[in-house]
Design a binder for this molecule. Structure first.
Ligand code: NAD
Length: 301
């Protein structure tokens, strides 16, 4: 089945470089009209230039696609709304939103300034929330939307020196988990990508032998599918990089029920810790209410 985006309008944030550029090129190649957003700053988020987004727009047009540039920051409510306005003004709708813009302010936690925390959370988490918030009523009204968040194995599994980034990257998973429920009845599907790719963000972090095999294009294939009409999934987290793709999920052990109103002591908990945390039969819940229903089972006659 061929996947195309004829008649669809996509916004890709941070599309002036790296993964975002690759996502934008692929969506445009498959027929989407694309808003290429990028403020054109450094990896740490400082500075700015219209060049990054403009060059990608020129690249898309040179290949016969349709695109417009936007140079606003995702991390401010008004400018995030302006990204969506750019799409509405140029193309009259928004079907696809890829929240990709990102920065790094790596330092061990002891040395990390609070400002480094705020800035990273502002771009990754609040930026994703702000642009999504502006696109949401449009998608609700048209009863169609595809949103992709960009997380990271740094958040999902942890990484030294990235407490700010890891926290922000898990926060977008929480955002997705709620929005997948709220968007369902409007045909809005929300998924998350956890990429690994050779970009300016990772060139100093990953081993040089690996870098040539980590083409951003290998991630964009998964993003494009999650943005397509063909995709029926919502709430999925897809790990993608180097031609490897997998689903990631929060899992819970079978746990241990001590009995209704059991007087569990700290010592009881300690004595059973291995059983409580035994992950040999993991289970997943589709929502917090599903987990509560599971906990409540012994109480329901
Ligand atoms: P990149 O630095 O090449 O691209 C990020 C782009 O976002 C840049 O062009 C930058 O100018 C733009 N940007 C930054 N702040 C912005 C803002 N406030 N508003 C608008 N644009 C802004 O890095 P990349 O590797 O392509 O990263 C893309 C996304 O993928 C990021 O969210 C990143 O955290 C995530 N990610 C990347 C990897 C990887 O291996 N490259 C791994 C995990 C997650």
């Amino acid at each position: 089945m061929a996947i195309d985006f004829q008649g669809r309008v996509a916004i890709v944030t941070g599309a002036g470089a790296g993964l975002g550029r690759s996502h934008a090129l692929l969506l445009a190649e498959r027929g989407a009209k694309v808003v290429v957003n990028d403020l054109g700053g450094g990896v740490d988020g400082t500075g700015g230039s219209s060049k990054a987004a403009d060059l990608v727009v020129a690249e898309i047009k040179a290949r016969g696609g349709e695109a417009v540039a936007n140079h606003d920051s995702v991390s401010d409510v008004a400018s995030a709304a302006n990204i969506v306005k750019t799409a509405m003004d140029a193309f009259g709708r928004v079907d696809i939103l890829v929240n990709n813009a990102g920065i790094l302010r790596d330092k061990s936690f002891g040395k990390m300034e609070i400002a480094d925390f705020d800035t990273v959370v502002d771009v990754h988490f609040l930026g994703s929330a702000y642009v999504t918030k502006a696109a949401w009523p449009i998608m609700q009204q048209q009863q169609y939307g595809r949103i992709v968040m960009t997380s990271s194995n740094s958040g999902l599994y942890g990484n030294f020196g990235q407490a700010n980034y890891a926290g922000a990257k898990m926060a977008v998973v929480g955002l997705m988990n709620s929005l997948k429920q709220e968007g369902a009845k409007y045909g809005i599907l929300v998924n998350t990508i956890a990429p690994v790719a050779a970009t300016r963000m990772t060139e100093a972090l990953l081993s040089p032998e690996l870098l040539p095999h980590l083409k951003p294009e290998y991630v964009s294939q998964a993003v494009a599918y999650l943005c397509s009409e063909a995709c029926g999934a919502t709430g999925d987290i897809i790990s993608a990089g180097a031609g490897f793709y997998a689903k990631m999920q929060v899992m819970e052990s079978q746990g241990m029920f001590f009995g209704i109103d059991a007087k569990v002591t700290v010592e009881d908990f300690a004595a059973n810790y291995a059983k409580i945390t035994d992950m040999s039969k993991p289970q997943h819940f589709g929502s917090s209410m599903e987990e509560v229903a599971h906990i409540a089972k012994p109480f329901i006659k």
